[in-house]
Structures are given as structure tokens and as C-alpha cells.
Design a protein around this ligand. Structure first.
Ligand code: MN
Length: 207
């Protein structure tokens, strides 16, 4: 088994004007494809090539030390980007609803406070990395950020919403204006998919 680049659920132009088509195309076809290729190269001919991506990341300590950096960087890159594409939509924006909204209100007080914490996580990540809404093993939501391509799964946290703050994600359109890119992201967040991920995750940690 080898990992493959997933198709985007929309066209490269469809997140315009919030995310520009050239950035989306390069990000998906080159950056994400490279993580997939490097992960496959690292696992080729090993017993770990049959593991799921989630098992590789959450069980990274069980892997040979020589394999761990490639799984962390390229496996994380593949998993993070695969999530990222699905939590955006041309019909995105608005606010979380139903079960997820209630959980966010319980964890953060209200949606606006959650959003402020998520923005702060995205802004304060120095250099390259991600901002996350995760479900912790204790069933609580948390906002976190990670460096490079580190997946929340490395910390036994389930990622629900992720924002890529590597410059490759925004530099062509936004240059140094990361705050503007973060604001644009809120206009395309596909909350139904985040809710779907929350419902799967909360059942998994309660099982
Ligand atoms: Mn990226």
C-alpha cells in the first residue's frame, strides 16, 4: 500500500478571493504531493508501509528511530493537508452549529472567545506550523499550535480544524500579512465537516 494525494473537494479557483487559485494549486500539487512522495519513499520495503497514517503518527514511538523523522514531517504533512482541504469550502464561513457549537461554548465560554484563541494560536506560531482545534483524550476541546508538520496525533489529540500558517499557504496573495490570511480562512471554514469530525472523535474517546 502506498499513500496517494487526495483530490480536492472543489476546484483551485473556488476559494477565491479568500485563497487564490495559484496558491491552492501549488500547495496541493507540489507541497502536499511532496509529503506523500517522501512518506512513501521512507516506508517503502518496511513492515510499516501497511500501517494506517493515523497509526503511524499516534504510534510513532513504536517505529524505528531512523523512520521517525520522515513519519513526523512527511506523514504529518500528508495528514495535516488532507484535513486542511476538507475543512474549507466555497460555501464555507459562518459559525459552528449544534453539538459542536455547544461543546465550543462549554470549553471556551462562547464562539467569539474560541475564535480569538484560535487566531492568537495562528498568529503567535513563530516560523512554520499550524493552529488547531483538537479533541483531547479526556474529551475536552482545546486550541493548540504545532511547529513544522507536527500532527496533533503525536500528542494523542484528534485534530478537528487546522490552519496551515506556513508562508507557502499564503505568501503569494498576502505576503507578510498573516493576520489577513487568518481572517480570510474564517470566510471559508466548512463547519459541517468540522462537526462531522467532532462527532467521530467524541465517540472514539468515549469508547
Ligand atoms: Mn502547507
Amino acid at each position: 500500500m502506498s499513500f496517494v494525494l487526495p483530490e480536492l473537494p472543489y476546484g483551485y479557483t473556488e476559494l477565491e478571493p479568500h485563497l487564490d487559485a495559484l496558491t491552492m494549486q501549488i500547495h496541493h500539487q507540489r507541497h502536499h504531493q511532496n509529503y506523500v512522495n517522501q512518506l512513501n519513499n521512507a516506508l517503502a520495503g518496511t513492515a510499516y508501509a501497511s500501517w494506517s497514517l493515523e497509526a503511524l503518527l499516534s504510534g510513532i514511538d513504536q517505529l524505528p528511530a531512523a523512520l521517525q523523522p520522515a513519519v513526523r514531517d512527511h506523514g504529518g504533512g500528508h495528514h495535516n493537508h488532507s484535513l486542511f482541504w476538507t475543512v474549507m469550502s466555497p460555501k464555507g464561513g459562518g459559525e459552528p452549529t449544534a453539538e459542536l457549537a455547544a461543546a465550543i461554548q462549554q470549553a471556551f465560554g462562547d464562539i467569539a472567545t474560541f475564535r480569538a484563541e484560535f487566531t492568537k494560536a495562528a498568529l503567535s506560531r513563530f516560523g512554520s506550523g499550524w493552529a488547531w482545534l483538537v479533541l483531547q483524550a479526556d474529551g475536552q476541546l482545546a486550541v493548540t499550535s504545532s511547529a513544522n508538520q507536527d500532527s496533533p496525533l503525536l500528542q494523542q489529540q484528534i485534530p478537528l480544524l487546522g490552519l496551515d500558517v506556513w508562508e507557502h499557504a499564503y505568501y503569494l496573495k498576502y505576503q507578510n500579512k498573516r493576520p489577513d490570511y487568518i481572517e480570510a480562512f474564517y470566510q471559508v471554514i466548512h463547519w459541517p465537516e468540522v462537526s462531522r469530525r467532532y462527532q467521530l472523535a467524541i465517540r472514539a474517546v468515549q469508547a
